[in-house]
Write a protein of this length. Structure first.
Ligand SMILES: Cc1cc2nc3c(=O)[nH]c(=O)nc-3n(C[C@H](O)[C@H](O)[C@H](O)COP(=O)(O)O)c2cc1C
Length: 373
């Protein structure tokens, strides 16, 4: 029986479950069309906003590498070094909505069967700011965008009512999602920040607002390392640095932990997994936890800007894995390992003694009593 890569996610038919995430690979119509030619099932545009965007004076992204012969992590290029992560402090698209609108239309006309998701972002501090979300959503869907992804997760915002600062406030998440849902004729995905204590709380806010799917993770807040010789941050402007976002291989296990929390809390909802994916063995983790699609950024940036080889290896890996296990569609294995993540005390001990997670030592309540409190 031939394995099928085609899948449906939030009601959208995709020829495969692989998307380019909102980032430099999707910053222009030419990139997006090249990505579709390379076989990606969908793309999420670089985030589109209404406020003016000016990036820092210098590189916006660099890659941290570890070398085989030294424990040092560095952004300096060295032979025999392997990728550890990407670090960026790039803002959202510096192109205006007017620039994007005709391009969204042209992309959809040329690739009607591919899924084009418009990533959008506005503030949330006033009715006018909330109306901006509606303006963005309406403009993109009118040109044929198949879904909108709410950027509630950009980690480099000064404004307290934007990006990951919205994503840290469950009520604001609900309000923004609801405002967009009021005008949306297409599915609304909410991209949450991983930078909170319990992402389930923020996801609940998004679902209460009507979100059709949760997307996780955006990059993790981080700083570039200091060069021990110059005593400067390896990325800086005039010696100064600001918090940026970590992506790539280093965040795969971190992002999986966030996703496991999400899919366990909401087993019947839709999730798109991002973080550290470069081949199918990585993507498989997200599917086994319950994701219906996955998205890729860092690996694609390093592969001809839009990831043609990454795409090929995702497809080949998925077909081979499905054939090996006798799976016909993604639904045959989606969520298979979701319930294998359990409290520590449920992991078997070698001497068959019970362990109650530290509860029943002298002075502590029994596990059941503590759970009831
Ligand atoms: C240079 C750069 C720019 C990014 N810009 C955006 C953006 O505009 N909107 C967004 O939602 N995420 C943005 N991201 C986050 C990515 O979409 C993705 O969530 C993150 O990089 C983790 O995926 P990865 O491990 O495959 O890189 C950006 C990431 C990078 C590296």
């Amino acid at each position: 029986m031939a394995s099928q890569l085609a899948t449906t996610f939030t009601g959208l038919a995709l020829e495969n479950p692989f998307l380019l995430s909102s980032a430099p690979p999707t910053e222009s119509d030419s990139n997006i069309m090249r990505a579709f030619d390379a076989g990606w099932g969908g793309v999420v545009t670089k985030t589109i906003g209404l406020h003016p965007v000016v990036n820092v004076d210098g590189p916006k992204t660099k890659f941290l590498r570890a070398s085989i012969d030294s424990p040092r992590l560095s952004m300096q290029k060295r032979g025999s070094a392997v990728l550890h992560s990407s670090w960026n402090w790039e803002l959202i698209s510096d192109k205006t909505l007017d620039w994007w609108v005709p391009r969204i239309a042209r992309i959809k006309q040329a690739y009607p069967r591919k899924i084009l998701v418009a990533s959008i972002m506005a503030g949330s501090g006033s009715d006018q700011e909330l109306a901006n979300w509606q303006t963005l959503a309406k403009a993109c869907q009118a040109e044929g965008a198949d879904a909108v992804e709410l950027n509630l997760s950009c980690p480099h915002m000064d404004r307290k009512d934007m990006g990951s600062n919205i994503g840290k406030d469950q009520e604001l998440i609900s309000v923004v999602t609801q405002v967009v849902k009021e005008v949306a004729r297409v599915p609304v995905w909410a991209k949450l920040t991983p930078s909170t204590t319990d992402i389930v709380v923020e996801a609940r806010g998004a679902f209460l607002g009507g979100a059709d799917a949760i997307v996780s993770s955006n990059t993790f807040p981080s700083l570039p390392p200091v060069d021990p010789d110059t005593l400067e941050f390896e990325m800086n402007v005039d010696g100064f640095v600001s918090s940026g976002g970590l992506g790539g291989p280093a965040i795969l296990p971190l992002s999986l932990a966030k996703m496991a929390q999400l899919t366990q809390a909401f087993p019947d909802k839709s999730f798109s997994g991002i973080g550290g994916i470069a081949d199918f063995s990585h993507a498989l983790n997200y599917f086994l936890l319950g994701c219906g699609t996955v998205q890729v950024c860092t690996a694609a940036m390093l592969d001809h800007a839009i990831g043609p080889n990454v795409m090929k290896s995702l497809v080949t890996g998925m077909v081979q894995t499905m054939e090996r296990h006798g799976w016909r569609t993604l639904d045959d294995f989606r969520g298979m390992l979701r319930d294998r993540i359990v409290p520590h005390s449920r992991i078997r001990r070698p001497d068959a003694k019970d362990y109650h997670g530290g509860y029943d030592a002298e002075g502590y309540a029994a596990a059941e009593a503590a759970a009831e409190r």
